[in-house]
Design a protein around this ligand. Structure first.
Ligand SMILES: *[C@@H]1O[C@H](CO)[C@@H](O)[C@H](O)[C@H]1NC(C)=O
Ligand SMILES: *[C@@H]1O[C@H](CO)[C@@H](O)[C@H](O)[C@H]1NC(C)=O
Ligand SMILES: *[C@@H]1O[C@H](CO)[C@@H](O)[C@H](O)[C@H]1NC(C)=O
Ligand SMILES: *[C@@H]1O[C@H](CO)[C@@H](O)[C@H](O)[C@H]1NC(C)=O
Ligand SMILES: *[C@@H]1O[C@H](CO)[C@@H](O)[C@H](O)[C@H]1NC(C)=O
Length: 443
């Protein structure tokens, strides 16, 4: 049941706003020292700058001279791909797609109430009618038949928080065009015709974590994070899976106490005397290291691991608990915004730790890939439920605008366009522009 509570945990009731959240944040250092609510969710300024803010090494451009598959940089898409040509799937624009969406809340039964925006009265539909167009190539729309052929007899695990579940539910809906997934256990699904299994493992910190006071009804409760200890909930089970998609980030902005070797080494926002505030970047980096180590040092795991990068939030005109909302109805163009602050910091940590893991994995014959949705998603302020979500009735909480999760159908479906494209590239087929545009028109 805790899966269902992810978002409500994430959003604390208005009445429980800690006093520090009202403090004015002037510098980045100060701003990251306060809680999630006042940092991650503050106004996202819009920059009209042509500056691409991404460090260039993150991107493999089509003119890159590095076509070597032994590149030591863990470029998500290119590393290990046999194709001579390398495409950057992650830099681009959203372009109109009148054919979308490819499912509705009538054809897909598994849309979570909180993301069923049409059911809860979202008046505009334009946000569903876009597709991601990388600058260098065409990205085919998700083809569920192609996907299911690739995963026949296989299994895929999503490990992370409620955004990981949101991603999985988009995939389930896209696949429901071919066959309705059956929930065989809580958060375990099967498409029997293809003998394909999907699971979501609830692991918002990826590592071993405990609420400091399990009985504390306040959602501000501290968490103990054991930065060097695995979360056995998923780490002992990965062996069963052919694909793992891990993701995290948002929960690291809560007040947390950090342990290494069983010793308290610091905290984030704990405001305790004699405990050093090491910031969220310390715990997020260590958690990724520990999670990756669990994967590449697992003896029997032979699968393909994706790190799905940080999913930006889009509260504007105030933080989530100060009337902030996301009311836009169109995507940004890439020159209307840029990656910065929390989005940039989390993304940098992810790409740095991914590179290390990719290299360690390669030594052991394991593949790690970077599913880098951050920039594309940053351009989708229109994709969130805002007030057109709905909490499960058992959550006695004041509902505030949700500018973190994604409406289904909607922008998040493109994460699966990217996922399938990357899986196809692993499958050894080179990425051919003509073929991909054919695939795009397949439906
Ligand atoms: C689907 O959305 C429509 C509005 O487009 C709404 O009337 C209906 O109740 C929703 N159905 C389900 C099953 O969510
Ligand atoms: C913090 O350290 C000082 C000096 O060692 C000590 O006097 C004080 O009691 C400590 N405070 C807490 C809350 O442990
Ligand atoms: C922010 O507030 C201003 C003034 O109330 C309003 O005009 C604008 O539309 C708001 N922007 C967003 C994105 O909510
Ligand atoms: C931003 O990009 C769009 C589309 O790529 C273009 O039409 C527009 O002129 C650009 N605006 C600026 C200020 O560069
Ligand atoms: C929600 O409120 C109702 C009525 O006040 C109460 O009976 C119920 O136990 C509450 N549920 C939770 C999960 O707190």
């Amino acid at each position: 049941m805790k899966n269902l509570r992810a978002w409500s945990d994430h959003l604390r009731p208005k009445s429980q706003t800690p006093p520090q959240q009202t403090r004015k944040t002037t510098s980045l250092l100060v701003s990251v020292s306060v809680t999630l609510a006042s940092t991650l969710l503050t106004i996202i300024p819009i920059y009209y700058s042509s500056l691409r803010y991404y460090p260039s090494f993150l991107w493999t451009s089509s003119v890159s001279s590095s076509s070597s598959t032994s590149s030591s940089h863990g470029h998500g898409v290119s590393a290990g791909v046999p194709s001579a040509k390398q495409f950057d799937l992650f830099t681009g624009e959203w372009v109109p797609n009148p054919d979308a969406p490819y499912y509705t809340n009538r054809t897909c039964w598994t849309i979570h109430e909180e993301q069923n925006c049409m059911k809860y009265g979202r008046p505009d539909t334009g946000f569903m009618k876009w597709r991601w167009k990388p600058n260098d190539c065409e990205l085919p729309i998700f083809n569920p038949y192609h996907f299911l052929e690739l995963v026949r007899g296989k299994s895929m695990a999503f490990v992370g928080d409620s955004l990981g579940r949101n991603h999985m539910e988009s995939l389930l809906c896209l696949l429901s065009r071919v066959e309705n997934p059956v929930e065989v256990q809580l958060q375990r699904w099967k498409l029997t015709g293809y003998n394909f299994k999907i699971a979501h493992f609830w692991a918002p910190y990826l590592i071993k974590a405990e609420r400091a006071d399990a009985n504390d009804p306040s959602y501000t409760a501290l968490f103990h994070l054991y930065l060097d200890e695995l979360d056995p909930e998923w780490a002992t089970k990965i062996v069963e899976f052919d694909y793992i998609i891990i993701s995290a980030g948002h929960w690291f902005f809560r007040p947390t106490l950090f342990y290494e070797n069983g010793q308290l080494v610091g905290c984030f926002n704990c405001y305790r005397e004699n405990v050093t505030d090491l910031r969220f970047s310390y715990s997020y980096r260590k958690a990724l290291q520990t999670a990756f180590r669990a994967i590449y040092s697992s003896r029997n795991f032979k699968g393909l691991t994706f790190l799905r990068t940080f999913s930006p939030q889009h509260f504007e005109n105030g933080s989530w608990n100060q009337g902030g909302n996301c009311v836009r109805t169109r995507p940004f163009t890439s020159n209307e915004t840029r990656l910065e602050d929390i989005n940039l910091q989390t993304h940098s940590i992810e790409t740095e730790e991914f590179k290390v893991a990719e290299s360690e994995g390669r030594k052991r014959g394991l593949k790690f890939r970077l599913l880098d949705i951050t920039f594309a998603s940053l351009l989708r302020p229109d994709g969130h439920p805002s007030r057109y979500g709905h909490l499960a009735p058992h959550d006695n909480m004041t509902f505030v605008n949700d500018c973190a999760h994604w409406c289904l159908p909607g922008a998040i479906d493109a994460w699966n366009d990217l996922l399938l494209q990357m899986m196809k590239m692993e499958d050894g087929r080179s990425f051919d522009k003509t073929k991909s545009s054919w695939a795009f028109h397949f439906f």
